[in-house]
Design a protein around this ligand. Structure first.
Ligand SMILES: Cc1cc2nc3c(=O)[nH]c(=O)nc-3n(C[C@H](O)[C@H](O)[C@H](O)COP(=O)(O)OP(=O)(O)OC[C@H]3O[C@@H](n4cnc5c(N)ncnc54)[C@H](O)[C@@H]3O)c2cc1C
Length: 477
């Protein structure tokens, strides 16, 4: 096990406040639980305001109402924001702070506003870093005007602007319909929703979806709303390419009957659900295992969110995509486990109830996979000239030829040979697509390709940052 050897030279500090990375639903509920039991955690988030992705808050002076911003989730968003604002004076909250590395019991921090860097020792750590878009590119995806679905939503939610005046949303997953709805509702022109999942999948998933009838009903509402407002929704499509000269001008796709179609547009939002953001867990030495539900490697956790590394707990989407409600539950569970491990009395009945709630979400999550299946044929159809890794400009063809000389298929070896995932994003954006192409080329399961090992810096750093003295606060309490 990497973790145990890794920490031999770096024993856990004897004391200090717990540290939480991520102030989304998971991190906020974790902080609330720790405070309720008398601990004052350090809460770090690279965003300027707490809330995470789903409940992302606007910059000061922006006036969209919670109802406009969060729709059905307005109540939950306001509740979480108010909770955080109430707790904030009691927390050691550090916004605009990126954790870009983790070594032993120290986190390396970049304070983005001041461009200064320091480090923070931790004794126990809750990693609640959420998710990012799962990207499967199409030819032309590097044209200006092509965004990920999450990126398109961030533009609308955070900046109050659209990615274009005539937008196509394409890919699959619940976010596809939600973002299309949010755009159309905000007055944007949505030309089409192109879902690669066949319509029949929705019917197959329906009985299991009833595990969470309210969530399922919201999905039905978004779809019906779009259709009622004359937004064309096509199921079972194949996305062929984005076309344009200096920026995107059209999406070309095949309909379910196999006929080629062209939708002229000024922007495309593209996405295939989400992938967990696991790089910190990786740098911390957590053990990973392949999770078929998420079609990727995720850090191993027990039912209470303990990782394989003593003192490290994983909450929220970062250990597997389960959604915002589950993130809140898992944040509380992780905090309760931390308290228990510190010998602080917790409510066992509450823990049991939270575990049960998470199990229920897991069933619903499986139904979502049936309703919006990953397009298994994507890799086989990706043309050789498709740019997979945009940082290093590595194409599907280059990946295929490199794989041909590496039949054992480990992606880290292939990365070393052809530089896939070696650029600014460190594989966070291209890793999924590269893995799929390698698995398809070698005709092996995706699990056999492995995962790109996390490398610091996990996000780009400014060259002119100033390193200030190491922050020992958390280790001395
Ligand atoms: C772009 C995007 C949009 C989404 N929109 C929706 C939606 O509209 N509806 C919906 O139901 N679900 C949505 N989801 C999924 C939803 O965000 C999650 O299910 C839920 O927010 C998970 O909560 P969390 O606390 O685990 O993570 P998040 O809410 O993602 O919070 C994670 C926090 O960690 C911080 N963070 C991450 N890495 C670091 C680091 N290295 N250093 C410092 N801080 C860090 C981030 O800034 C963020 O605030 C979206 C996901 C994404 C990626």
């Amino acid at each position: 096990m990497i973790g145990s050897d890794f920490y031999l030279d770096d024993p856990r500090p004897a004391d200090g406040p717990p540290v939480i990375v991520g102030a989304g639903p998971a991190g906020i509920r974790a902080a609330q639980t720790l405070l309720a039991h008398g601990l004052r955690p350090v809460v770090i988030d690279e965003a300027p305001k707490a809330g995470g992705q789903i409940y992302r808050r606007q910059p000061d002076g922006f006036g969209r109402t919670p109802k406009d911003l969060y729709g059905f989730e307005a109540g939950r968003a306001s509740d979480l924001h108010q909770t955080f604002d109430r707790l904030r004076p009691q927390l050691d909250y550090r916004p605009d702070t990126l954790v870009w590395n983790a070594q032993g019991h120290s986190l390396d921090l970049l304070h983005t506003a001041q461009r200064t860097a320091d480090s923070l020792r931790w004794r126990d750590l809750i990693v609640a870093t959420g998710a990012t878009d799962r990207v499967l590119p199409v030819p032309g995806w590097t044209l200006p005007g092509v965004y990920t679905l999450g990126g398109a939503q961030v533009a609308l939610k955070y900046q109050g602007c659209a990615i274009g005046d005539a937008v196509v949303f394409a890919g699959t997953g619940p976010l596809l319909y939600l973002v299309a709805y949010q755009y159309a509702k905000a007055g944007g022109r949505v030309l089409a929703v192109l879902d690669t999942a066949p319509a029949v999948q929705r019917y197959k998933a329906a009985p299991a979806m009833l595990a969470q009838p309210t969530v399922a009903a919201k999905g039905v509402y978004f779809l019906s709303w779009l259709m009622f407002h004359d937004v064309p929704v096509h199921h079972g499509v194949q996305l062929l390419r984005a076309e344009g000269a200096d920026r995107v001008q059209a999406m070309v796709w095949k309909d379910a009957q196999g006929a080629e179609q062209r939708t002229n547009c000024s922007a495309i939002g593209l996405g295939y659900a989400l992938r967990p953001e696991t790089q910190l867990a990786d740098l911390l030495g957590c053990e990973f295992a392949f999770a078929p539900l998420h079609r990727c490697y995720v850090p191993q956790i027990d039912a209470d969110r303990r990782s394989s590394v003593p003192g490290v707990y994983l909450a929220g989407d970062g250990a597997g995509i389960m959604g915002a409600d589950a993130a809140e539950i898992s944040g509380e569970l992780a905090a309760l486990a931390l308290l228990q491990d510190r010998g602080i009395k917790t409510d066992a009945a509450r823990q049991a109830k939270l575990r049960q709630q998470l199990d229920k979400t897991q069933q619903f999550r499986q139904a979502l996979e049936v309703a919006f299946p990953f397009p298994d044929d994507w890799a086989a159809r990706a043309p050789d000239e498709l740019v997979v890794c945009r940082c290093e400009n590595i194409t599907a063809g280059e990946l295929r030829s490199t794989a041909a000389s590496q039949p054992q298929g480990d992606i880290n070896r292939i990365k070393a040979l052809c530089r896939v995932g070696m650029g600014r994003c460190q594989g966070r954006m291209c890793g999924v697509a590269a893995t799929e192409i390698l698995a398809d080329t070698l005709q092996v399961p995706v699990a056999q390709i492995g995962r790109i090992r996390g490398q610091a810096p996990i996000k780009p750093l400014p060259l002119d940052m100033t390193v200030v003295s190491a922050d020992q606060e958390a280790s001395h309490g």
